[in-house]
Design a protein around this ligand. Structure first.
Ligand code: G1P
Length: 305
């Protein structure tokens, strides 16, 4: 079996759902507690055994690459001031991975963004992580999917059941449930306006063969006038077994305001340093009944000197 080492991160979108915050700052760089959103995706890829990471960016997104680069001056300054904890954190980020960067010069959609990674990916299967889809899970979502891929050698996408009124927001699959969280996919439709084939939505994790690239090259513009990855995958479904995996974990759409806030709360509660204090703060705010409490602490008064 061809080895799975590469993960592609499409990061070229405008982030319009988060304007005005993302007018200048790439949405992938918004912090989720103390790390940029993209770093969670990168850590998931690394924890899933992938070490060749390809970032598809567009103009104005250079800070993404800077974040994972070395910052010699900062590191020297922290060293001189003996801030060893901070130095370790900064070094951990810059030595975590070497990124390959490719540019998407026109905003033609997710399928087009993945196609831009073709040369960087080469002839082996590869994964795709959409950084907006942040997934909190005991076992990384991509690793859960990797088990299915290693067993079958066939493409796998992450699936999540969504309420009927939300099927028009996602790529929706049709097919047979095999048990054991697995789904044999027979069809898929990007953002169906009517008659969704099921309530199982594709979430931003994919393990794909390189054969997807020639298909993407021929894929015409679809939903929203964009070249859709789902439309290309639909072609692939016709050529052989294609699996969905209903992952175990909680997914947040961190590319929009409400999803981002929910992720922030849950990740903050789990944070080893600030978690306990944040929990106490939320309890004080809601008084245990889900309603904001008037007596909640506003801010800690600063001692006057
Ligand atoms: C993309 C995909 C869609 C998938 C979704 C998951 O849509 O095109 O098939 O269901 O990600 O988040 P987007 O959210 O970029 O419009």
């Amino acid at each position: 079996m061809n080895e799975l080492r590469t993960c592609v991160f499409p990061c070229a979108g405008f982030g319009t759902r988060f304007f005005p915050a993302t007018k200048v700052i790439p949405k992938e760089m918004l912090p989720l507690v103390d790390k940029p959103i993209l770093q969670y995706g990168i850590e998931e890829a690394v924890a899933s055994g992938l070490d060749k990471l390809v970032i598809v960016t567009s103009k104005g997104k250079d800070s993404i690459l800077d974040h994972f680069d070395r910052t010699a001056e900062l590191e020297r300054s922290l060293q001189e001031r003996k801030k060893t904890d901070l130095l370790e954190e900064v070094e951990a980020v810059s030595t975590m991975v070497d990124l390959i960067s490719v540019r998407q010069k026109e905003a033609l959609g997710l399928g087009h963004a993945v196609l831009m990674a073709r040369d960087a990916v080469g002839p082996n299967p590869f994964a795709v992580i959409l950084p907006d889809d942040v997934i909190l899970a005991d076992e990384p979502c991509l690793l859960q999917m990797r088990h299915v891929f290693e067993e079958t050698g066939r493409p796998v996408v992450a699936l999540m059941e969504v309420p009927p009124e939300e099927t028009s927001r996602y790529g929706i699959v049709g097919g047979d449930q095999l048990g054991n969280r697995r789904f044999r996919i027979r069809d898929m439709v990007e953002k169906p306006k009517i008659n969704p084939p099921s309530r199982y939505a594709i979430i931003g994790r994919y393990i794909l063969p390189p054969e997807i690239f020639p298909v993407l090259e021929k894929t015409e513009r679809g939903s929203g006038g964009e070249i859709q990855l789902t439309d290309a995958l639909r072609e692939l479904v016709r050529t052989g077994d294609f699996y969905g995996y209903v992952f175990d974990g909680k997914r947040y759409d961190a590319g929009e305001k409400l999803g981002y806030l929910k992720a922030t709360v849950d990740y903050a509660l789990k944070h080893p340093q600030i978690g306990p204090e944040f929990r106490a703060y939320l309890k004080a705010v809601f008084g245990g009944n889900g309603k904001a409490d008037e007596a909640a602490p506003r801010s800690t008064p600063r001692a006057r000197t």
